[in-house]
Design a protein around this ligand. Structure first.
Ligand SMILES: Nc1ncnc2c1ncn2[C@@H]1O[C@H](COP(=O)(O)OP(=O)(O)OP(=O)(O)O)[C@@H](O)[C@H]1O
Length: 318
């Protein structure tokens, strides 16, 4: 099957400028600005309670912002919710489903709600059931689905009308490792076909493998490009493993590197840049250390996220 969106386009597919949304005294989103592009996967990253779901709900036309502007594929979710819903697919963090309908009926019904004909709805449901691997459960009522199976149905439902913008809130939660790989492959394929995907997850390593760009949200505020760049560029920990750990420690000491930690996977050292890391590896190998693993201790997104979070704290707490 094809997942090609009905309105594939290039350029900014999601534009968010100065968005705020409060619930009484709780300022869930205070000042969010970012752009996400067609054909790319953008990660939405932030600690618990930072406003990710609230922001997604605003983009999905389900919450009106108190301030700021949003455009989804050029349309305004406040003034023209219908146009946005025609072009945007939304996978919520928890699927609300019709418990007595089967998987197939759920997708057919969704197709009808998106104004597909009965024949189109049936055909689309069949394609999507295959796409997300729910064939064996297609005629079971949705109440029997496990959490991970519900996630697959939720994703299928978001794709019924071939949206050009896809909002995924914690799509991998509840998925087993094989299903996570399938999700990643599918998301990349949709992006390759021109869809703009915005995806939130707590599993940053997973986003690292999926996302082309990232938006960091903390206490309802998106981090500026300058702050992200300076966090990305900061020194980071690299993990080194050697056949003989004592020889590695001695070589590091003679290089003037102090180990900043040790875990079950190896020795951690702080290295200023990728170039310095490459030079260190070359020197260790030429000093005769049998290095069996060498790489950043955490992925790019996690490093930046942790550095930004540290930057928020008062000096004495760092
Ligand atoms: N309907 C609501 N009424 C009152 N407060 C709310 C409501 N929805 C969200 N909040 C509050 O707004 C803040 C942001 O919540 P939100 O769910 O957007 O965060 P999140 O980043 O998605 O969190 P998580 O990572 O835990 O899912 C939290 O303090 C939350 O308690």
């Amino acid at each position: 099957m094809t997942a090609t969106p009905a309105h594939a386009s290039s350029g900014a597919a999601i534009e968010v400028q100065g968005v705020a949304r409060s619930f009484g005294d709780v300022h869930a989103v205070r000042d969010a600005s970012f752009t996400a592009h067609a054909g790319s996967v953008t990660a939405l990253i932030g600690p618990n309670g930072s406003g990710k779901t609230t922001l997604m709900l605003v983009l999905a036309t389900l919450l009106a912002p108190d301030a700021g502007t949003v455009r989804i594929a050029g349309a305004d979710p406040v003034r023209d919710a219908r146009a946005v819903r025609q072009r945007m697919g939304w996978m919520p963090d928890v699927l609300g489903s019709w418990a007595t309908l089967s998987v197939r009926q759920t997708l057919e019904m969704t197709g009808r709600l998106y104004e597909l004909t009965p024949v189109q709805s049936r055909e689309r449901a069949r394609e999507l059931i295959e796409l997300v691997g729910l064939e064996s459960l297609a005629d079971q009522p949705t109440r029997v689905l496990s959490r991970g199976q519900k996630q697959r149905l939720s994703l299928a439902r978001a794709l019924v009308h071939r949206p050009e913008v896809l909002l995924l809130d914690e799509p991998a939660s509840g998925l087993d490792p094989a299903a996570r790989v399938d999700l990643r492959v599918l998301v990349r394929r949709l992006a390759a076909e021109g869809v703009a995907v915005l995806v939130s997850s707590h599993v940053l390593a997973e986003l690292d493998e999926m996302a082309d760009a990232a938006v960091y949200l903390d206490q309802g505020v998106t981090a500026s490009a300058e702050r992200i760049e300076s966090s990305r560029a900061g020194a980071r920990q690299w993990r080194i493993r050697a056949v003989d750990p004592a020889a590695l420690s001695a070589a590091l000491a003679s290089e003037g590197f102090e180990s900043v930690g040790q875990d079950h996977l190896g020795t951690l050292v702080s290295v200023a840049s990728e170039t310095d890391a490459a030079a260190l590896l070359a020197r260790l190998v030429s000093a005769g250390v049998a290095v069996s693993a060498f790489g950043p201790a955490v992925g790019d997104l996690e490093h930046t996220f942790l550095d930004l979070a540290r930057g928020e704290r008062p000096e004495e707490a760092r």
